[in-house]
Design a protein around this ligand. Structure first.
Ligand SMILES: [Zn+2]
Length: 304
């Protein structure tokens, strides 16, 4: 199954030769959810093979240029590729005006419909296969973190039980697997999905912090996540900058990951001052060993 995280821009504030501005994508089967869209994101999206005509939705964490300016280029690239599907964009207060006024100023017509929505904490997007929640983060302006949560999956199908209840292999199995009840062709009795399916399985949870200080609110929001992608702008040496600019050090990200009992921590949004982020990874691993650093073009397979 296709369930992957694409790291398309992993630098903070200033792009470097190796790292572009904030953009992360989660692909789930044929759908893509983008989180932030820094300048130049459309190039990284294209290079990752994510395409401009897919069913997708964009979530913005906060209205800072390095997280949102790329949206304009993305909208235009989609139009140049003759997109027809509607595009939904969600973000904090200001996102509606940002898209509307820029479209007016730049005078671009689009080949598709755009819906822009300003969000509040809670469930912000519902897809049959996944849900997206937002929660307030702690940055210098109105900012949000997100959780992408896969919908519960039906329990395991028991071949043994189905056969014992007189349901032969074929379309009736598929109907039961999809939650429908069937009549056994051998004994005429009704067989319900719960008769042949095990308990439903929890879906995977991915947290995306955006720019933030660690906080108690985020700690509970990200509890038990399978993957946590967290602001790691600074190393220990620049902990004061993290405080002042309302970002996190990699060690702070790791502390939160440990307390929230997440499975894996992926550090991102690195200050352009670090040519190598190995010190940041080392500092995070001292607290939470299952930490890695994101880099542009990295694809993380959630299913593996
Ligand atoms: Zn930023």
């Amino acid at each position: 199954m296709d369930f992957k995280i694409y790291f398309l821009g992993t630098s903070s504030a200033v792009p470097t030769k190796e790292r572009g501005l904030s953009c992360t994508a989660i692909s789930y089967e044929n759908m893509v959810a983008f989180f932030d869209c820094g300048e130049g994101s459309q190039r990284a999206i294209n290079e990752a093979g994510l395409g401009f005509n897919r069913e997708c939705v964009v979530f913005i964490t906060h209205m800072h240029g390095d997280h949102v300016v790329g949206l304009l280029g993305l909208l235009q690239s989609m139009s140049m590729n003759r997109r027809e599907r509607k595009l939904e964009i969600y973000g904090p207060k200001g996102i509606i005006d940002f898209v509307k006024l820029n479209r007016e100023i730049l005078g671009f017509g689009l080949t598709y419909e755009v819906h822009v929505g300003e969000i509040r904490p809670g469930l912000v997007f519902r897809h049959p296969k996944f849900l997206v929640y937002a929660q307030r983060s702690e940055h210098t302006n109105d900012s949000f973190a997100y959780v992408f949560e896969e919908a519960e999956k039906p329990g395991k199908f028991s071949v043994k039980k189905a056969l014992r209840l007189g349901v032969p292999e074929g379309p009736l199995w598929s109907k039961l697997q999809h939650g429908g009840k069937v009549i056994s062709p051998t004994n005429g009795k009704t067989v319900r999905p719960e008769d042949v399916l095990g308990p439903s399985r929890k879906g995977k949870k991915i947290g995306i912090s955006g720019d933030t200080r660690p906080s108690k609110t985020l700690l509970s929001f990200f509890k038990g996540a399978d993957v946590l992608i967290f602001d790691s702008t600074y190393s220990d040496e620049h902990a004061q900058n993290a405080l002042e600019n309302k970002h996190s050090t990699s060690r702070e990200a790791a502390k939160l990951a440990k307390k929230a009992r997440v499975e894996k921590l992926i550090l991102t949004h690195f200050s352009a001052r670090y040519r190598s982020v190995s010190a940041l990874v080392r500092q995070a691993r001292e607290v939470f060993p299952n930490s890695i650093a994101a880099h542009d073009g990295m694809v993380y397979d959630v299913e593996s």
